[in-house]
Design a protein around this ligand. Structure first.
Ligand SMILES: Nc1ncnc2c1ncn2[C@@H]1O[C@H](COP(=O)(O)OP(=O)(O)O)[C@@H](O)[C@H]1O
Ligand SMILES: [Mg+2]
Length: 473
C-alpha cells in the first residue's frame, strides 16, 4: 500500500472514530439532561399532587366523603396533565388527563413504588410517557401518586441529534480521507520528482543533481543531502577511474618491455649470452610487475579498510635502526651514509610489517635522491600533537631527511598522490612507480597517524610522519 493511501486511510479512520466518539458523548449528554429536566418537572408536580391530596382539594373517586359526587375525572384544573392517585389492591382514587381511568402502573410497579419513588417510561395509548410514582398517606392508608409527562419533545430532539451523527460521521470520514489524500499527494509530489530524477541519473551522467525545492523543509534537506552523496560518489568514481587508467598505464610499460625481450629472445640464431641477458631483463621486468601488483593490492586494501593490520606494541626506535641496517649495503654502493637518532623506546601500536614498508619506502626514496658523500638522517622522538578532533595527544614523530635536490615546490601538494612523480622518466628508469609515498600515507592513516612532505630550509627533502604513542594502557 502506498504511503499516500496509508495516510489517507489513517486520516479517514481517525476522524471517523473521533466524530463517532464525540457524537455519542453528545447524544448521551443530551439524553441525560433532557431526562433530568423531565424528572424535575415530575417531582414538582408529584409534590403538588400530594399536597392537593392532603388538603382534600382533589376530586377523588369514589367519593372520599358521601357529600362529594364522583365523575369528576378529567375535570380537575390540571386536566391536560396526566396524574393519578392509586391504592394497592383497589381502583384508582383520582385520575386526570387520561381517557378512562385504567391505572398507569401495573400491580408489580405499584409494589415497587411502595418501597421508594419509581421513575419509568411506558407507552400509553401509543404515546411515550415518563412516570414518577411516589408513596403518600391518604386517610392513614397507603396510596401512590403517579404523575406523567409525554416525552415526545425530548424524543424528537434526541432523534434529530442521532440523525445528525449518522450523517456527519461518514461525511467526516470521507472529507478527512479525501483531504489526507490530496494533502499527502501535494507533500509527496517533490519526492516523486526527486525519485524520477534519480532514476535518470546513470553512471555516465554523474554530474546530474536533484532539484532542490525552495521550501526549506525536510524534503529540501533530503535533496541537499542526496546531492552531497551524489557529489561524493562522483568524486570516488572519478578517483577510481583515474586510478584504473593510471594502473593500466603503469602495467603496460613493463609488459611491453617484457614482450619485446621475449620476442628478441625467440629470434633464431641468438647466442647463449644474448639469451641469458634477455631472460635476465625479462625477469627484472617481471619483478617490477609483481611489485606493482603488490602495491596496488595493498592500496586497494587500505582504501577499503580490509587490509588487516596485525597491530602489536612496536618500538619505532629499533625499527629505524633495523631499516638502516637493511639499506647499509645499498647506501655504501652509492657512497651515502645513514645516521639514526632515536634514543630510548618509542612504542606505537602498529603492524610491524607495514611499519617496515613505510620506512623502506622513505629510506629508498632518500637514498635515490641523496648525492654521493652525503648523509641520510633518520630521527625518531616523542612529541606533542594536536588531536584530529581538537585537544592534545602524544605522538612518535619520525623524520627522514636527505641532502638531495628536495621536492619541486609545486609537486609538494600531490607528493602523496597515486602514480605521482616529479620526474616521471627518471623515476621510472629507477624502477619507481609513483606509489611509494601513496602507500606511506595510506598505511600511516590506517594507523591513525599523519604524514607530511616538505623540504628542509638547509636543502633536501624531509618527510615527517606522526604515529600515536602507545602509552601502554
Ligand atoms: N627524497 C626525495 N627527494 C626528492 N624527491 C623525492 C624524494 N622522495 C620522493 N620524491 C619525489 O616524489 C615522487 C613520488 O615518490 P614515490 O611515491 O616514492 O614514487 P617513486 O619512488 O616510485 O617514484 C618521486 O617520483 C620523486 O619525484
Ligand atoms: Mg619511492
Amino acid at each position: 500500500m502506498s504511503l499516500r493511501t496509508r495516510l489517507a486511510l489513517i486520516f479517514a479512520l481517525g476522524s471517523g472514530a473521533l466524530v463517532t466518539v464525540a457524537g455519542l458523548a453528545f447524544v448521551w449528554q443530551l439524553h441525560t439532561s433532557l431526562s433530568a429536566a423531565l424528572d424535575s418537572e415530575l417531582r414538582v408536580r408529584a409534590t403538588a399532587l400530594a399536597a392537593q391530596l392532603a388538603t382534600g382539594s382533589l376530586p377523588t373517586f369514589p367519593p372520599a366523603s358521601s357529600n362529594q359526587a364522583g365523575g369528576h375525572a378529567g375535570q380537575s384544573p390540571a386536566a391536560e396533565q396526566i396524574s393519578q392517585v392509586l391504592r394497592p389492591g383497589r381502583g384508582p382514587l383520582y385520575s386526570s388527563g387520561l381517557e378512562g381511568a385504567a391505572p398507569l402502573l401495573s400491580p408489580a410497579q405499584l409494589r415497587r413504588a411502595a418501597t421508594g419513588p419509581l421513575t419509568v417510561t411506558t407507552v400509553i395509548h401509543g404515546e411515550r410517557l415518563r412516570l414518577l410514582a411516589s408513596e403518600v398517606r391518604f386517610r392513614r392508608q397507603p396510596a401512590i401518586t403517579v404523575v406523567a409527562v409525554p416525552t415526545d419533545v425530548a424524543d424528537t430532539a434526541l432523534a434529530r441529534a442521532r440523525l445528525a451523527l449518522v450523517i456527519a460521521a461518514p461525511l467526516a470520514v470521507l472529507t478527512a480521507g479525501l483531504g489526507g489524500w490530496l494533502l499527502t499527494g501535494a507533500a509527496l509530489h517533490p519526492v516523486a520528482r526527486m525519485r524520477r530524477r534519480l532514476e535518470e541519473i546513470t553512471a555516465r551522467d554523474t554530474g546530474a543533481r536533484l532539484p532542490v525545492p525552495g521550501t526549506g523543509d525536510e524534503i529540501a534537506a533530503l535533496a541537499v543531502t542526496m546531492n552531497g552523496l551524489l557529489d561524493r560518489l562522483q568524486q570516488a568514481l572519478a578517483r577510481q577511474r583515474a586510478f584504473t587508467a593510471d594502473a593500466g598505464h603503469e602495467l603496460r610499460t613493463p609488459l611491453t618491455a617484457l614482450k619485446a625481450e621475449l620476442e628478441l629472445a625467440a629470434r633464431p640464431g641468438r647466442s647463449r649470452d644474448a639469451l641469458a641477458a634477455a631472460v635476465g631483463a625479462a625477469a627484472s621486468d617481471t619483478d617490477r610487475l609483481i611489485r606493482l601488483a603488490e602495491d596496488l593490492l595493498l592500496l586497494a586494501g587500505t582504501d577499503e579498510g580490509t587490509a588487516s593490520l596485525v597491530r602489536e606494541r612496536t618500538d619505532i626506535s629499533s625499527e629505524l635502526h633495523a631499516a638502516a641496517r637493511r639499506f647499509a649495503t645499498a647506501a655504501a654502493g652509492r657512497e651515502v651514509a645513514i645516521s639514526v637518532q632515536a634514543n630510548g623506546p618509542l612504542p606505537v601500536s602498529a603492524d610491524p610489517g607495514r611499519m617496515r614498508q613505510v620506512l623502506d619506502n622513505l629510506l629508498g626514496n632518500a637514498l635515490r635522491h641523496a648525492p654521493p658523500g652525503s648523509t641520510v638522517e633518520m630521527t625518531g622522538r616523542p612529541a606533542p600533537a594536536v588531536r584530529p578532533g581538537g585537544g592534545q595527544r602524544r605522538v612518535v614523530a619520525v623524520e627522514v631527511r636527505d641532502h638531495g635536490p628536495g621536492f619541486p615546490p609545486d609537486f609538494l601538494p600531490q607528493a602523496f598522490g597515486r602514480f605521482q612523480r616529479a620526474d616521471r622518466a627518471r623515476s621510472r628508469a629507477d624502477g619507481g612507480t609513483g606509489l611509494g609515498l601513496a602507500i606511506v600515507a595510506s598505511i600511516v592513516r590506517a594507523h591513525g597517524g599523519t604524514a607530511i612532505a616538505g623540504n628542509d630550509p638547509g636543502g633536501g627533502a624531509r618527510i615527517r610522519i606522526e604515529l600515536p604513542l602507545d602509552s601502554g594502557q
